[in-house]
Design a protein around this ligand. Structure first.
Ligand SMILES: C[S@@+](CC[C@H](N)C(=O)[O-])C[C@H]1O[C@@H](n2cnc3c(N)ncnc32)[C@H](O)[C@@H]1O
Length: 236
């Protein structure tokens, strides 16, 4: 089993259960998504176009739409049940939202969403792609969809020291660390189900791949255990 492989995103009942779990953590995850959306480098009234990758039921999109009243958001996800839930949830935003069913592992996805975008945001999705080669490819694809100066905000999970030997100082520290659950219900699930032989990218891998993809300013601006908020900016 690889990281993310235990999900069944095409199953309506699985998606309903996942959303129930996610919304039960709203108190923790909403402020993180809100804060990330607030950091988008746009004037309040800017008519920007944003892509939410692996949007799920649309929580990150809702934060962007609420903060930037003239923004429009394209929600992209390969799960039809997730996008159905997002459509219901965001109905009040009218034609400021559009929905695209696409698989980020399929090279055609970039044409399916139709660029360009001022920003691409994503939460808890990229690690689902599993293989490092797929993540690197996705970063290149995202860079290609952004306008000059555009940014990519990626809130996700990376390999952490829980994979270090339990006897190591960091492995022991992570074992003692409380579950954080800022981003969603499955944050810690990975660590119990992951095959120790699977290759899971580290934070350093992610930062390096963002630079390789063409982002000129790259950073991890927030990290708590395995949860990270990565930023990449294209040159203007
Ligand atoms: C953990 S959920 C996160 C949903 C949402 N971003 C949030 O934070 O609430 C991961 C999402 O990524 C989507 N996803 C996973 N792999 C995908 C792929 N290869 N292409 C498109 N979407 C994918 C799933 O369908 C699911 O909606």
């Amino acid at each position: 089993m690889g990281i993310g492989d235990h999900h069944h995103w095409h199953s309506s009942s699985y998606v309903d259960d996942w959303i129930d779990g996610a919304t039960s953590h709203d108190e923790q995850r909403r402020p993180v998504l809100h804060q990330a959306a607030r950091l988008l480098p746009f004037a309040a009234e800017a008519p920007v176009r944003v892509l939410d990758l692996g949007s799920g039921y649309g929580e990150f999109s809702a934060q962007v739409l609420g903060l930037f009243p003239r923004a429009s958001v394209c929600l992209a996800d390969y799960s039809v049940p997730m996008l159905e839930r997002a459509k219901q949830r965001l109905v009040g935003f009218g034609d400021r939202v559009e929905f695209r069913v696409c698989d980020l592992r399929d090279p055609a996805w970039t044409t399916q969403v139709g660029g360009v975008f001022d920003a691409v945001v994503s939460s808890l999705t990229i690690h689902n792609l599993g293989e490092p080669v797929a993540i690197r490819r996705a970063f290149v694809d995202v860079a290609g969809l952004l306008c000059p100066g555009g940014c990519f905000f990626d809130l996700d999970l990376v390999l952490d020291a829980r994979f270090a030997p339990a006897t190591s100082a960091l492995g022991e520290l992570y074992a003692r660390g409380a579950p954080s659950h800022h981003f969603g219900p499955d944050t810690d699930e990975h660590h119990h189900e992951l095959d120790p032989n699977v290759v899971v990218p580290t934070l350093e891998d992610h930062l390096c791949w963002l630079r390789e993809a063409g982002f000129v300013e790259v950073d991890c601006v927030w990290k708590q255990f395995s949860e990270v908020f990565l930023c990449g900016f294209r040159s203007s």
